[in-house]
Design a protein around this ligand. Structure first.
Ligand code: CDM
Ligand code: ATP
Length: 311
């Protein structure tokens, strides 16, 4: 079949993709390939981006919403890279308009770009009617970034390797979060680099990357009061070193009534686990008033990974 005769199966498709928070992030030593081995527990949150793909004369991307001005509109955009990858695999031209409706903070440690990449993978496969099995899609996702497989997967999962190897975790119930979005972002490689620097200056510090069994048992209980004290992020001291004002944000969330607060991934977004939905709404209102964040959102988890929306 010639390329021109490949028919477009659908006029346009929209995929909803979640942000993530790392409930546990254990970081091993720097590997030879520039990555770190991780043991992490991801949870997908109801703060989502929507990615719309439509047939077009050429590949282009537009972004509106949260932090849109900081999202590249060229071939480095992770959604563009994802569509190019699917097109290459299907041996067809990547003539698609990508419209990203952003709610996930850019460079916020919540895997926003990774979410868009996962959405674009699923969207391109659906738009072109391709039958790509789950394992192949996950492999393509991992090639795009360490957090991309989880954005496909969603739910609550244990991540190992550089974060791309996933195993689902049983988490009962719904967890309620408040997210404090900082005024400026943090670069993920810079935060990992800062952790390496801090560790070099303290050579006696232990690097522990064992499975967080206590947290995993707590998630099965579904009780946020049991989960809250077990939140842990090895990248937090590095993020705080680069943005010391985050200490005040973390304190303000707990003072406002959250059970515990943590820097989300590489930061600078701070995530606060609350006892229930009412508490989350109250904590968000109080935190908004303190002025420690550019924006404050509530979100719940776990939610599913990248999924097609049907009108
Ligand atoms: C901080 C986390 O969000 C936690 O889930 C992720 O580890 C980051 O994942 P990501 O943004 O998808 O990262 P990638 O695009 O794969 O890698 C960007 C850069 O982050 C650093 N990086 C990332 C993942 C990892 N396991 N070790 C690393 O050291 C490396 O410097 C790498 O060049
Ligand atoms: N679709 C996209 N959305 C957001 N950022 C993008 C996108 N494509 C490329 N980028 C680039 O990636 C950088 C990191 O953005 P992103 O929002 O993914 O950070 P992050 O959420 O901190 O990542 P992670 O939590 O996975 O480490 C941005 O500064 C931007 O230049």
């Amino acid at each position: 079949m010639s390329r021109a005769s490949l028919s477009v199966v659908s006029d346009s498709v929209t995929v909803r993709v979640p942000a993530k928070v790392n409930l546990h992030l254990g970081v091993g030593p720097l590997r030879d390939d520039g990555f770190h081995d991780l043991v992490t527990v991801f949870q997908a949150l109801s703060l989502c981006d929507d990615i719309r793909l439509s047939p077009a004369n050429e590949l282009r991307v537009t972004t509106r919403g949260e932090g849109a001005a900081d999202v590249p509109a060229d071939a480095t955009n992770l959604a563009v890279r994802a569509v190019n990858e699917v097109a290459r695999r299907a041996d067809r031209p990547a003539r698609v308009a990508i419209d990203i409706d952003k709610r996930i903070p850019v460079a916020g440690g919540m895997a926003g770009g990774s979410a868009d990449a996962a959405g674009a993978l699923v969207g391109a496969a659906a738009l072109w009617g391709l039958d790509i099995d789950r394992d192949d899609l996950t492999e393509m996702a991992a090639a795009l970034g360490s957090d991309v497989p989880f954005a496909l997967h969603g739910g609550t999962a244990l991540g190992t390797g550089r974060g791309e190897r996933l195993m689902p975790i049983l988490a009962r119930g719904e967890f309620h979060w408040v997210l404090a979005i900082a005024r400026s972002g943090l670069s993920t490689p810079a935060v990992y680099g800062e952790l390496d620097r801090l560790r070099e200056s303290r050579p006696d510090s232990d690097i522990i990357t064992t499975r967080p069994d206590e947290l995993m048992a707590a998630l099965t209980s579904g009780d946020p009061r049991v989960v809250a004290p077990l939140l842990h992020n090895d990248l937090q001291p590095a993020a705080l070193s680069l943005q010391p004002a985050l200490r005040r944000t973390l304190r303000a969330g707990v003072d406002a009534g959250a059970l515990n607060g943590i820097v989300s991934g590489s930061g600078p977004t701070c995530a606060f686990l609350c006892a229930d939905e009412t508490s989350a709404v109250n904590v968000a209102a109080e935190l908004s008033g303190v002025g420690v964040a550019r924006a404050v959102r509530t979100a719940s988890g776990p939610v599913p990974g990248a999924r097609l929306l049907h009108d």
